[in-house]
Design a protein around this ligand. Structure first.
Ligand SMILES: [Zn+2]
Length: 274
């Protein structure tokens, strides 16, 4: 009996000059999620900066509808890449964004991912202090680089979820305040950014994973909502790609369970509680 636990995160960005087009893409994406039967739970990690905070109001009706379906989670994503800043600078920035999010949506985010996947131990400390309980930024064995010169090299130590010990990304605890959900990486080191990776590459990796002797596997796939705009105008492209991957997983494994980040946290917390 081979089982796999799957998490899909979506970075919903607003940070570049194509903001207005991107926002149009976000709305189409949200509409798509509302129209289709959502078979795959996802965690939408939303990035907004102070100067465009008004768009939270634009997104709110969609967020409210998505949340009613009780299958999607909405969390926080922050640019620029945070790890080059001091603890105090990160504290200010993340707190500001956390407050904007909470004011706009009426609930506090439980899940987080850092811009360009660049976080450090100070980031973990700040999000923990704000009551966030999962992070989805670590890319095991990879060096990630952001436009502002930030470079983070992650060890290949953790390819499965782990409880971060003492806000130290390199230390695992039996249980802690923050559950890290590393992004899955395929064999050649290519990030499973399913908006960019060839479908065949992803399916090959999943098939190989299913052949391993491990009884239980973990897969965290991530993509950017704006890849919808770059898929030849086919706004259902990413969604159909995810459904194809989901069907392939069900073919390769005996049991496939999808989770949002927070639901996965609750599962693991329950399982580890003594
Ligand atoms: Zn981002």
């Amino acid at each position: 009996m081979r089982r796999i636990e799957v998490i899909v995160t979506v970075h919903v960005e607003s940070h570049n000059k194509f903001f207005s087009d991107l926002h149009l893409g976000h709305i189409k994406f949200f509409e798509l999620l509302l129209k289709k039967e959502c078979k795959v739970p996802m965690t939408l990690l939303i990035e907004r900066s102070k100067d465009v905070s008004s768009c939270y109001a634009d997104d709110k009706p969609f967020i409210d509808e998505i949340r009613k379906q009780n299958i999607m989670e909405v969390g926080l994503h922050i640019h620029p890449a945070l790890s080059r800043y001091t603890y105090d600078e990160q504290k200010q920035r993340i707190t500001d964004e956390h407050n904007l999010f909470t004011d706009a949506f009426g609930f506090a985010p439980k899940s987080f991912s850092g811009g360009h996947w660049c976080i450090n131990n100070d980031t973990v400390k700040v999000i923990s202090e704000l009551g966030i309980v999962t992070d989805a930024s670590v890319v095991p064995g990879c060096t990630v680089a952001a436009h502002n010169g930030t470079i983070v090299k992650y060890s290949d130590k953790f390819i499965k979820p782990y409880w971060i010990c003492d806000n130290n990304l390199s230390k695992e605890a039996p249980i802690s305040n923050i559950l890290e959900l590393p992004v899955s990486v395929v064999e050649d080191g290519q990030l499973v950014d399913i908006g960019r990776a060839e479908t065949k590459v992803i399916l090959d990796a999943l098939y190989k994973m299913s052949l391993s002797n491990l009884v239980s596997s973990y897969l965290h796939m991530t993509f950017h909502s704006y890849d919808l705009l770059f898929a030849n105008g086919k706004h259902n492209y990413m969604y159909d790609k995810i459904l194809l991957i989901a069907d392939s997983l069900r073919y390769c494994f005996d049991e496939v369970n999808f989770y949002t980040c927070y639901n996965y946290y609750l599962l693991k917390k329950g399982g580890k509680r003594t």
